[in-house]
Design a protein around this ligand. Structure first.
Ligand code: NI
Length: 517
């Protein structure tokens, strides 16, 4: 299996703009004190809870945004970070993801030329782990599974914001001799690690060092990739080298990285500066609390056993385009269903509130978008529950529906689901072609009474298609409904799978869509 991202460029000269806002608000008017800094646990979300890294709110850096992409057929899900004011960071993140996807698809396509193995999966997630005026750190966790191997690898990308450069792990250390000394220290710790089952000495591989970071006390941390051969450890193996042993080995950049991670004061200073500027939303938006029952609009009286209904569904959001989508749905009077992922829901609670208050339904699309059948029952539950917690915080009640990522399910998933499992019978393939006309054509021409249509509100090509999708379906006599409304007459049972609703023409075929897939 391809190991780490190969692009280890030396310091790259950067463009001009960076952290514009950070340097420009010294004279800003006095603002109310900022809300508390929220740090979110990032690593080991589905794996072992042994080690935790703090994932920082993206709001700490102006223009920073998480971009989600998925390949539904190959089971690829990626989340990378883009910074509008720093194209070089965006480029470095895109290149990393592209290289991993390319390596993965090559190995998967070679293994199975015609049918992609159900075990094949690539899940890449980037987290902001360090930010100051001088330094930005992005931690990348990549889970990869093929027919022959599976595991997670860890990597950290460092950016020197002062000198407009990407720094490699090597750049954290001073001279070649310091680098060699550090590697020796890591090897020593590895060979002393009680987690390793064998006493045989371990040779350090270069690729294992690409995750170097520091804890709050300044100790250097190296997290070995799951597939690192001969570690023979159970769970992720983390090596820690004592702060005092590392101090003299660091370059100026390395020292700057370490002080960013060891001084929370840098963060709160940054945060209080940011919150004095007008356009930056609050970390914990003072959104109107939405106690149960107050947000939901009036129920419509719709009977999809007698009316021709279609349920439009949107996965993987909410994203930057979701507000526009909601405008289209409102204009077209088309209640729909949104299957949200936990991190995106956490990022945009106001959008969730808007979804509910405008008559749409919210479903759970898990936290990490992992293919659930390959997880343990406890991990599946955690994927679902964490997302439900965020949804409940935003809108006052948990998701009534579950859509497993990639539609991948088995009996364990069904058992773990406390909600009905909703699949689809019309796949617009919008993630693949990103073509507005094709989305319209698929949704309008392939829908039959009772159809559930799969789309993704993270793509503008999909959002732009919606006015024509709505008018096209209405011209064919369809009423657009939520999944709950679609199933209203036949009912929905937790743990049961549905890929379409009742078909009014064949009313005798009850439970029309159940387990049809
Ligand atoms: Ni999805």
């Amino acid at each position: 299996m391809p190991h780490a991202f190969a692009r280890k460029s030396p310091l790259i000269l950067w463009g001009i703009v960076s952290l514009l806002l950070l340097t420009s608000c010294a004279s800003a008017p006095k603002a109310p004190s900022p809300p508390p800094l929220v740090q979110e646990e990032a690593a080991s979300e589905t794996g072992s809870d042994q080690h935790h890294f703090n994932s920082l709110p993206l709001i700490l850096m102006p223009g920073l945004e998480a971009v989600v992409r998925s390949d539904e057929h190959r089971h690829i899900f990626t989340k990378h970070l883009e910074v509008s004011s720093n194209p070089e960071i965006t480029e470095a993140q895109r290149a990393l993801v592209a290289a991993k996807i390319s390596a993965f698809t090559t190995s998967v396509d070679t293994e199975a030329r015609t049918v992609v193995s159900p075990r094949a999966e690539l899940n890449i997630r980037s987290h902001l782990v360090a930010i100051s005026e001088n330094v930005m750190g992005i931690r990348i966790e990549s889970f990869e599974s093929t027919d022959t191997a599976s595991g997670t690898n860890y990597q950290t990308q460092w950016f020197d914001l002062k000198h407009h450069a990407e720094g490699t792990t090597r750049d954290l250390f001073d001279t070649d001799a310091s680098w060699v000394t550090f590697k020796k220290l890591v090897t020593r710790e590895l060979n002393n690690d009680p987690q390793r089952h064998t006493r045989s000495p371990l040779l350090l591989e270069k690729a294992w060092l690409d995750s170097v970071t520091f804890d709050l006390r300044g100790n250097a941390l190296v997290q070995l990739d799951d597939d690192a051969p001969s570690t023979e450890a159970r769970g992720p193996l983390m090596v820690s080298v004592k702060a005092e042993e590392v101090t003299d080995l660091l370059s100026d950049f390395g020292a700057s990285v370490r002080s960013t991670l060891t001084s929370p004061r840098t963060l709160s200073r940054l945060h209080s500066r940011l919150s004095t500027t007008a356009k930056v939303p609050q970390l914990n938006p003072a959104a109107p609390q939405a106690p149960e029952g107050t947000v939901a609009p009036k129920r419509r009286s719709i009977n999809c056993s007698t009316q021709k209904c279609v349920a439009l569904t949107f996965d993987d959001g909410p994203g930057p385009k979701t507000a526009k989508l909601l405008d289209h749905l409102k204009a077209g009077n088309a209640p729909s269903t949104f299957f949200v992922t936990g991190p995106n829901a956490k990022l945009r609670p106001q959008i969730l509130q808007r979804i509910v208050s405008e008559g749409h339904q919210i479903g759970n699309h898990t936290w990490n978008h992992r293919s659930l059948p390959s997880l343990s029952l406890a991990q599946i539950r955690r994927e679902i529950d964490r997302t439900d917690t965020v949804i409940t915080e935003a809108v006052g009640s948990s998701a009534a529906l579950l859509r497993p990522p990639y539609g991948a399910r088995n009996s364990a998933v069904d058992r773990a689901a406390k909600a009905p499992v909703i699949l689809w019978d019309v796949d617009t393939l919008d993630w693949k072609h990103r073509n507005t006309a094709k989305v319209v054509k698929a949704a309008v021409q392939q829908s039959t009474p009772g159809s559930i249509v799969l789309m993704h509100d993270i793509h503008s090509s999909t959002v732009d298609a919606i006015p024509a999708v709505i008018s096209g379906l209405k011209a064919k006599g369809y009423t657009l409904v939520t999944v709950g409304e679609l199933m209203g007459q036949t009912g929905l049972l937790p743990g049961e799978t549905y890929s379409s609703g009742p078909h009014p023409v064949t009313k005798t075929a009850h439970k029309a869509g159940k387990d049809r897939r």
